[in-house]
Design a protein around this ligand. Structure first.
Ligand SMILES: NC(=O)c1ccc[n+]([C@@H]2O[C@H](COP(=O)([O-])OP(=O)(O)OC[C@H]3O[C@@H](n4cnc5c(N)ncnc54)[C@H](OP(=O)(O)O)[C@@H]3O)[C@@H](O)[C@H]2O)c1
Length: 280
């Protein structure tokens, strides 16, 4: 991975931080994307000291705010001439329905629209850097869900499992549709499920949740174990030209049958474009 530039979102914690560290260990220049200057500085210092790789930098953005996603992409392009690997990883689950500064339901805004917008804003850079790879961190929580376009932001019947699962199903539609659009460009895009991993996921939902998280995480994977498939997709020659697939434990597996519906994927693309209007 020497001479490769990798951008990892949500790299201040959990699976994203383990991914950034592993890519740094392989010699890549790694850009940690986070929303807290302090967490970003700590992460950069930690990775530099643990890997001995000095080429670790950070960029700031709250990915629930589209203007900040645009700012992140613009800042990246002003500082770096190429992008070899983009890992869309930052996500949250919201136990009660909340809306972003842009007025969009938070699971949908952070977990899907930020992946969609950031990737599209960086697409020309990725194409110019080909062969390049995009890895979308999804989840098996997509299984059994379906998108209701009349209630995409769950104004009716909100539940955290449904909202989070639908946003992760959106990751798959996005991955498959993007892989079709990227045919012949040398840029691949795959999605993956990391397993059940001991991270800060859900810790944004109050002290009671934070109190019980260690119990919930008994027998869960470490962030390093959860990051393995991301590293594989980001760096292994075995998957250099593999695109439009869903991976679990470094294996290409079928996602839920509903996720392969191309008409839904196209419709979600159009809706996402509309909801991020102004996108380049
Ligand atoms: N943990 C699991 O069992 C599991 C299972 C399946 C899939 N996943 C997926 O794995 C990915 C990583 O999650 P994780 O488990 O590692 O959780 P985590 O420890 O909570 O890490 C999430 C990361 O996303 C960042 N983030 C969240 N909202 C953001 C926002 N609005 N703007 C910028 N950054 C934001 C967080 O930043 P802060 O540090 O500032 O909070 C953090 O760095 C997610 O896509 C998740 O859906 C996790």
């Amino acid at each position: 991975m020497k001479n490769k530039i990798c951008l990892v979102t949500g790299a201040t914690s959990g699976i994203g931080q383990a991914t950034a560290k592993a890519l740094a260990q392989k010699g890549a220049t790694v850009i940690v994307a986070g929303r807290s200057p302090e967490l970003c500085q700590n992460t950069v210092a930690l990775i530099q000291s643990e890997t001995g790789n000095p080429n670790i930098h950070y960029l700031l953005a709250d990915l629930s705010v589209q203007a900040q996603v645009r700012g992140l992409a613009a800042e990246f392009k002003s500082r770096y001439v190429r992008l070899d690997v983009l890992v869309n990883n930052a996500a949250s689950i919201f136990f009660s329905r909340q809306v972003s500064a842009d007025g969009i339901e938070m699971n949908f805004a952070v977990n899907h629209l930020a992946y969609f917008l950031l990737t599209n804003l960086l697409l020309e850079t990725l194409k110019a850097s080909a062969p390049a790879r995009i890895v979308n961190v999804a989840s098996n929580s997509h299984r059994g869900k379906h998108l209701d376009f009349d209630n995409l932001e769950l104004e009716r019947g909100y539940s955290p499992g449904r909202a989070y699962g639908c946003s992760k199903l959106a990751n798959l539609y996005f991955t498959y549709e993007l892989s079709r659009r990227l045919k012949g460009t040398g840029v691949t895009v795959n999605a993956m499920h990391p397993g059940f991993v001991r991270t800060n996921m859900a810790a944004n939902n109050g002290w009671l949740v934070r109190f019980f998280l260690p119990l919930v995480h008994l027998n869960s994977l470490t962030p390093e174990e959860g990051a393995r498939t991301i590293i594989y997709l980001a760096s292994s020659p075995d998957v250099e030209s593999v695109t439009g697939k869903y991976f679990v434990r470094e294996r290409d597996v079928p996602s839920d049958p509903v996720s392969y519906d191309e008409s839904i994927a196209k419709r979600l693309w159009d809706v996402s474009e509309e909801m991020t209007k102004g996108m380049a």
